[in-house]
Design a protein around this ligand. Structure first.
Ligand code: ZN
Length: 251
């Protein structure tokens, strides 16, 4: 993925071979949420942060689609309008663009932002924390993308973005046990020796089982201060994962 120099500090650079553009913001881009705000911030600050990132990515400012994330398994289609005229597409945790051209984003601070790119046109982005993952948001997103593949031979790639890792996401022992009933590879242990969940490992397993090629970005939001982390600093803000189709020629 090529980037202009102005976008370098706003997004974390990764080398991804996809049919769409994918980017994940850093704290340098500022808070991307209009609802989770630090004490000194207003929604207008977030709007400015969003416009600056969109500009840096080559997206028309205000055109990115967002949803009101509720840890559900609801997948919605990207409408004609972005956040400037339609702040949210409603309560949902994944967005699909049938044409693949709509810029879409998911907000996170430890949960996983997972972007999807297909070789037959559509794109998608999903928000998966523990609840959404166990509920099946990733399977539902892939199902929706497969339903759009008329030829039935399309390829899907997914990028698991920056999120809390299996060595940091501490949970009660009982929770780990219950989650492991669903996905055996989700059980983990923190570096300090307590029960944990490895959400990225579970996501990778789910996606590979659904015949999706996976890029797993191993940046941990809890330990890497380039990202917001709800566990490290509750309420400080959200990074955003973006997927879009570039209308510009790659440099
Ligand atoms: Zn970690």
């Amino acid at each position: 993925m090529s980037q202009t120099s102005s976008s370098k500090n706003l997004i974390q650079p990764y080398h991804l071979d996809l049919w769409h553009e994918v980017a994940f913001t850093t704290v340098n881009a500022g808070n991307m949420s209009t609802t989770v705000l630090a004490e000194s911030e207003t929604p207008e600050d977030t709007k400015q942060h969003r416009r600056a990132v969109e500009e840096a990515l080559g997206i028309t400012p205000g055109t990115t689609r967002f949803v009101s994330q509720i840890h559900s398994t609801t997948v919605v289609e990207a409408g004609p309008d972005g956040w400037e005229s339609q702040p949210t597409l409603g309560d949902a945790d994944a967005i699909v663009s049938v044409s693949g051209t709509a810029p879409m984003a998911i907000l996170v601070a430890d949960c996983m932002p997972i972007a999807f790119s297909t070789d037959y046109g559509p794109a998608a982005i999903a928000h998966a924390g523990r609840v959404g993952l166990l509920g099946g948001i990733l399977e539902k997103t892939v199902e929706r993308l497969r339903a759009l593949d008329r030829g039935g031979r399309g390829r899907i790639k997914a990028v698991i973005g920056p999120s809390i890792c299996g060595s940091c996401y501490e949970v009660p022992a009982e929770m780990r046990q219950q989650a492991a009933h669903h996905y055996s590879n989700i059980a983990s242990e923190t570096t300090w020796g307590t029960p944990a969940l490895d959400l990225p490992a579970a996501a990778e397993g789910i996606l590979e089982a659904a015949d999706v090629e996976v890029y797993r970005i191993n940046d941990c939001t809890f330990t890497n201060e380039q990202f917001y982390s709800h566990r490290r600093q509750p309420g400080a803000g959200r990074i955003a994962g973006f997927v879009w189709k570039s209308t510009k020629t790659r440099q």
